[in-house]
Design a protein around this ligand. Structure first.
Ligand code: NAD
Ligand code: TYD
Length: 359
């Protein structure tokens, strides 16, 4: 039987990759994207599915209860995959208000509307509300600490992770209080096609292609656990189909890498794959800059639960994933060049030049 999904934030990085995945694997399901089209969104991310009969794009805000209610009813939605969020830590440090609004109030609005919709339909057990969250809610690890598991206490350190933690708690409470069939996934850092240039990997790729400095915060020894976005989408598919309501699943790539090593690898790949780089070898562009305030030192995910209970494991190695990503940014200059807009330049100046002086 075909299903009807509401994908919030589907014009952003992971949401768009998920929409591509779902439309390909389940072509008879209806997919409705609700996205406010903030600076991080791009309608072109959905170009591959726009013409499909059972796809619909709606521009709207998850904080707008009437828009959400109307969509749930008219589209007869049975699954919400909730990606919509303010997602960049540096922006949350500069301007945190939008993070509380979208990530906390927006998630609350969706939960209330979905609860009303589910109750009106006599609480079908097949309904799902999948909340896509982050490993950053668990805080920062020391070098010898065990990786985050689902029972690790929350200790968010940035306005971004605090707002995501708040939304995770609401999701949990709606299962416990109302038995609304919610599930939370907490995932490590994603990378791959369609990622907005402000995040580390696309920023480095694009700055190399433009011959601009490659900013490394602090000593470059912070560690992230990288996961290729296609593997994340596959994990979310498995969780929607087989995950248990009320549960949390951690998703990670088993790929802990220090930032400086990652950037050096990207430089080597670009030197090999990109013709006529403005600065060659590109590692000359590496520049240490002032650290991000409150910069978490290390994230690492223990993904044993999803592996043992649902049979999911990442399939793309970091070397393969980085190569695919570098090749994608090389082949899609027409996608990323327009994103380096006046708004992006203003953020860049504020984050890397003006704020750096205050830190
Ligand atoms: P993104 O910033 O690329 O995309 C977010 C999307 O949400 C954009 O299309 C934006 O327009 C939309 N949006 C923002 N506010 C909205 C609002 N009020 N109403 C409707 N739409 C709104 O983010 P992403 O990297 O694709 O992340 C998606 C989700 O995955 C987020 O919830 C994030 O916390 C989570 N996550 C991301 C990562 C990562 O590495 N990128 C890792 C783990 C979890
Ligand atoms: P980012 O992609 O912003 O993801 P997150 O902060 O959510 O983990 O950053 C990944 C890592 O790279 C993080 O340790 C901060 C660091 N970083 C830099 O060193 N320079 C940069 O210009 C950016 C954007 C990030």
């Amino acid at each position: 039987m075909s299903r009807r999904l509401l994908v919030t934030g589907g014009a952003g990085f992971i949401g768009a990759n998920f929409v591509h995945h779902w439309c390909q694997v389940y072509p008879s399901d209806r997919v409705v994207v609700l996205d406010a089209l903030t600076y991080a969104a791009n309608r072109r991310n959905l170009a591959l599915v726009e013409g499909r009969e059972n796809f619909r794009f709606v521009q709207g805000n998850i904080c707008d209860r009437s828009v959400v209610e109307q969509l749930l009813t008219t589209e007869n939605i049975d699954i919400i995959a909730h990606f919509a969020a303010e997602s960049h830590v540096d922006r949350s440090i500069l301007e945190p208000a939008a993070f509380v609004q979208t990530n906390v109030v927006g998630t609350f609005t969706l939960l209330e509307a979905f609860r009303q919709h589910w109750e009106a339909k006599s609480k079908p057990s097949s309904y799902r509300f999948l909340h896509i969250s982050t490993d950053e809610v668990y805080g920062s690890l020391n070098p010898d600490d065990p990786a985050f598991c689902e029972t690790t206490p929350y200790a968010p350190n940035s306005p971004y992770s605090a707002s995501k933690a708040g939304s995770d708690h609401l999701i949990r409470a709606y299962y416990h209080t109302y038995k609304l069939p919610t599930i939370v996934t907490n995932c490590s850092n994603n990378y791959g096609p369609y990622q907005f240039p402000e995040k580390l990997i696309p920023l480095i790729c694009i700055n190399i292609l433009m011959g601009k400095p490659l900013p490394i915060y602090g000593d470059g020894k912070n560690i992230r656990d990288w996961l290729y976005v296609g593997d994340h989408c596959h994990a979310l598919d498995v969780v929607i189909n087989h995950g248990k309501p009320g549960e949390t699943y951690n998703i990670g790539g088993n790929n802990e890498v220090e930032n400086l090593n990652l950037v050096q690898t990207l430089c080597q790949m670009m030197d090999e794959l990109a013709p006529d780089l403005p600065v060659f070898p590109s590692k000359q562009l590496i520049t240490f800059v002032k650290d991000r305030p409150g910069h978490d030192r290390r994230y690492a995910i223990n993904a044993n639960k999803i592996k043992n209970q649902l049979g999911w494991m990442p399939s793309v190695t970091i070397a393969e994933g980085l190569r695919l990503t570098v090749e994608w940014y090389l082949a899609h200059r027409d996608w990323w060049e327009p994103l380096l807009s006046a708004e992006y330049q203003a953020f860049y100046r504020k984050n890397y030049l003006e704020s750096a002086n205050d830190r």
